[in-house]
Design a protein around this ligand. Structure first.
Ligand SMILES: Cc1cc2nc3c(=O)[nH]c(=O)nc-3n(C[C@H](O)[C@H](O)[C@H](O)COP(=O)(O)O)c2cc1C
Length: 176
């Protein structure tokens, strides 16, 4: 079993594209890349470190736990299973559009962070908010995003260098 699990959703778009880039940048031989639909909450316990990747598609579509949204269903299953992530280090990355949604840029990282923290996870790998054009975000704290913020609509050319620097920081300062 590999030490790092990279869990992401949705598939087929920018989240998956960047999950693959992150997997490659980390080193494919020591990390598993897993779609959220292909893992059960207890599967998280196989990994000493985790990265979660998500997009933001508007608050309303996430609220109803019975819409079949995989994140909602996953967190419901985590709650039922009382999955214990105590002291497990988790880093987040989020895709969004800072120009069309400047007040809610990458908001969903905040929700994912809260859900995982409620199970004892320690969120690491915050990312400086300099160089973005957003005006607000739920994922913003003290000038940092809770995790790596990416934007394939407006700053696609920056994604690779951001991933490179973020993974370096995770390896050097947070994971292991
Ligand atoms: C209906 C809808 C609502 C969105 N709302 C937000 C938002 O509130 N904040 C944000 O940063 N991006 C928002 N976006 C942009 C997406 O997060 C962005 O397109 C992202 O790259 C999608 O990831 P995917 O290609 O993996 O599906 C929204 C996109 C759609 C289609």
């Amino acid at each position: 079993m590999k030490t790092l699990g990279i869990v992401y959703w949705p598939k087929k778009g920018s989240v998956e594209l960047n999950a693959k880039r992150i997997h490659k940048e980390w080193g494919e031989e020591t990390a598993d890349l897993i779609s959220l639909r292909d893992i059960e909450p207890e599967g998280l316990l196989n990994y000493s470190c985790l990265i979660f990747g998500c997009s933001t598609v508007g608050a309303d579509s996430w609220r109803d736990a019975y819409t079949g949204n995989p994140w909602n269903m996953f967190f419901l299953r985590m709650n039922r299973a009382k999955t214990d992530l105590k002291d497990r280090k988790v880093a987040l990355f989020g895709l969004g559009d800072q120009v069309l949604y400047p007040e809610h840029y990458v908001d969903e990282m905040a929700r994912i962070s809260n859900e995982l923290k409620a199970h004892g996870a320690v969120i690491v790998g915050r990312w400086p908010a300099d160089g973005y054009e957003h005006t607000d975000s739920k994922a913003l704290k003290d000038g940092y995003f809770l995790g790596l913020a990416l934007d394939e609509h407006n700053q696609a050319d920056k994604s690779m260098e951001r991933i490179h620097a973020w993974i370096n920081d995770l390896k050097k300062n947070h994971f292991f």
